[in-house]
Design a protein around this ligand. Sequence first.
Ligand code: A3P
Length: 277
Amino acid sequence: EQGYEYRRFEKNVTPIKKLPDALIIGVKKCGTRALLEFLRLHPDVRAAGSEVHFFDKYYHMGFEWYREKMPPTLEGQITMEKTPSYWVTKSAPKRVYAMNPAVKLIAVVRDPVTRAISDYTQSASKRPGLPPFEEFALLNSSIQWGGTYSVDASWPPVRLGIYARPYRRWLRRFPKSRLLLVNGERLVADPAAEMVRVQDFLGLKRIITDKHFYFNSTKGFPCLLKSETKPIPHCLGKTKGRNHPRINQSVIDRLKEFYKPHNQKFYQLSGVNFSWP
Ligand code: A3P
């Protein structure tokens, strides 16, 4: 009897590394870092800090390697990881299913036009002198933008905004109820409200509330009053919430038009009307 009690006690206090119970699978530049940092405010969530890239790059390393990358957890805590490239990795749904068919999946999505500009802005920050967005977004755009020029759907910043295709691929393995779509615009406009949905989905107590956030008008984004690692108000790093370059309006309009049928398809599949402009 005593031995049993002791073991039970020990089980509760010895943290162990587990494979993830939930994954943030995408989408790149939609607010995946913000979501993960917000989730880490929850005492029952433990998450790997950096992107592990197991299901796309390191699958050959095996599940034991993956488990080792996870933070130690106590009983009752959930283990998480975020790697946005899983969203578009063709083999990822099957591999994730092989790890745990009951895993919970989260994808953040936002207006694909803004997402494309965000994606480009990230590349441009690493490569000074990169030609303007407009030159990549439209085919044969060197003379004049807009008008009849067609969108270059093969350019990754544009392609990644077509959400319906990868979404359908995930739904072939997982029921819709197991893949939560987080509204990237709402995550900025009302993070506490969006976090209620996320906590409910993960079966967590509603601990993350509006008391955790304040709007930093200099940054233009919600920031945290405190977190486990920092007891003072702080925002996400400089690489999150960058200033975007001004993009030619006719190119924006052309992109909106391009995405319209893809967005409709995505709304139809998901049953959610995101009302992207
Ligand atoms: P921008 O930097 O282009 O504005 P990801 O983490 O998936 O790469 O997404 C980055 C995007 O998260 C940012 O793109 C920003 O718009 C968005 N974001 C959402 N909430 C944020 C927050 N609280 N602070 C900073 N960026 C946030």
